[in-house]
Design a protein around this ligand. Sequence first.
Ligand code: CU
Length: 210
Amino acid sequence: MGVTVSGSLDPQGPVAEAIADLWWLMLALGVAVFAVFAVLLALALVRRSGSGPPPDERRHQRWLLGWGVIGPTVVIAVVFVATVVAMRAIPRDAPPGALVIEVTGHQFWYEVRYPEQQVTTRNELHLPVGRPVALRLTSADVIHSFWVPPLAGKTDMLPDGVNTMVVQADEPGRHRSRCAEFCGLYHADMQLTVVAEPAAAFDTWVEGLR
Ligand SMILES: [Cu+2]
């Protein structure tokens, strides 16, 4: 099982799926808006070069109202509703039965603690597939940002508090994660390997560490 270079658009869990769906919707709307305006611009240029009848003021105003006001309002309303739906799909608190993992950012490495299993690792995070995981994110020094694109969006790791991120991996796989907030000279070296594996393999891994 090699390291997959999966990104946000290759979602491996429900949270990343909600974010990817929103991204595709915004891309589709953006392309549609661009296409409409490209056609209108081309039409305007063609008409200007011809010698047609004088412009009709009222028709102009209707076009302005339709394409300039109502169109953008509809597009923004659709994006707004879709964003709220996506945000609601991202759990804020750990559901019952979630595995708790404490991840602490250091300059320039990750400390990963499994309080229930009483094991600690460095720069390696293992997740059992199909089980919600509550990541308790914090920092020992400066602000870092935790980001595993195929699983979820970014969450800050702050020195003065704990941010909880709930993720779930639906497929086994290895993912590379990088600190997403410039945190000092060796920021680019701050990498974490995330291994999503079947529950049995996860248990075996924990036993091996003990
Ligand atoms: Cu960092």
